[in-house]
Ligand binder design. Sequence first.
Ligand SMILES: Cc1ncc(COP(=O)(O)O)c(C=O)c1O
Length: 463
Amino acid sequence: MDGTFNENDLSRVVEADRAHIWHHLIQHKPFETNDPRIIVEGKGMRVWDQKGKEHLDAVSGGVWTVNVGYGRESIAKAVYDQLMKLCYFANSAGSIPGSIFAEKLIEKMPGMSRVYYTNSGSEANEKAFKLVRQIAHKRYGGKKTKILYRDRDYHGSTLATMSAGGQDERTVQYGPFAPDFVRVPHCMEYRKHELDGAPEENFGEWAADQIEEVILREGPDTVGALCLEPVTAGGGVIEAPEGYWQRVQEICKKYDVLLHIDEVVCGVGRTGTWFGYQQYGVKPDFVTMAKGVASGYAAIACMVTTEEVFNMFKDDADDPLNYFRDISTFGGCTAGPAAAIENMRIIEDENLLGNCAAMGDRMTGNLRALMEKHKVIGDVRGKGLFLGAELVADRATKEPAPEKLTQAVVADCMAQGVIIGATNRSVPGRNNTLCFSPALIATADDIDQITDAVDGALGRVFG
Ligand SMILES: Cc1ncc(COP(=O)(O)O)c(C=O)c1O
């Protein structure tokens, strides 16, 4: 830290923050009377704030990112060494870590073949959207430009990704949006009663069939792609029901619709496999990823596609317009792939996929056990260490618990020194799901400490 700051007294940092920082996703009025939170240090699963208070981080840096935990010297060293050798060159040229990481990544993604580096999840998604639009022009005479997205899914904060935004509290007041993005219904079994005509049996197939209905309504010759999260994150931690993915795959094939899986949250281990889609036997045309790729040690995101898609852009070299005319300046930073290589080595050497699956089972078990005690928990769901507990005022009607009380549970856990999350500014009237995504290094004791904190908080908030 800068020598002018006293590490034991961060009041100047707090004042500088209050005066100049515009924090993400937060109303600043309360900072007129309360201090903003400054996270000063992290080690393993724990972080310390400006008051020196220790917290167990059950959300991997707030938004599903620090998958291998804080304070990894080997990643810092790999980044340092790479920066001293070559910090940057535009990705129109190659780099050593860029090539090596791409090779390692593709080994984990059978069927995929090309990696396009960018600097955020939103941007990676936009690259795929742009490719879909260009394919429409190259192959389909300017038709097939429509991109389908699902209710409750999120794909980013830019205008194009908000055009594909299925969480209305995030998009309201930011329009108008880009044309030719079309919504399909969600596939959340727990709330199927809210969907007109949803059956009791075979809901997964029915939910996928709703996508086919949208394609037929819009005209199959106008629909270029379908963009889905493998497990919906901020929209309520939603795993698609049995039968869904197989039908989605069949529908995409039948109507020549490219399948774009947004792995920005699930990618690189979060669900216990390298990618979320691999849990369900899906064969995507585009996969985008960001958060866990380098666990937040450097900014890196990737848009990955197949050789078949790539080859569409590699034809007549005399035509100046027919290749992918796109650049991401910071896609040429070498710190990202250098960190990502080491991040991947750690996941392999420490068997963090196995640990994620085992600890995910433990946490699911703990949360389900809490259902016996706390009627307010209506549903526990998710995959690996990517879990949610939906809070309801009434189990029979599934009326959502008030958002304020859901946030009170989060605040109570925070006061106990455990950071959990909750769906937030997402689906109107449905910001009632507690979210858990501890780092993949979590131990059984960590998991039990998190669920004990939730137990205490639910008791105090809901009685
Ligand atoms: C599923 C999903 N896609 C895309 C994004 C956007 O990523 P970024 O914030 O890096 O632009 C997010 C961010 O939370 C996400 O959860």
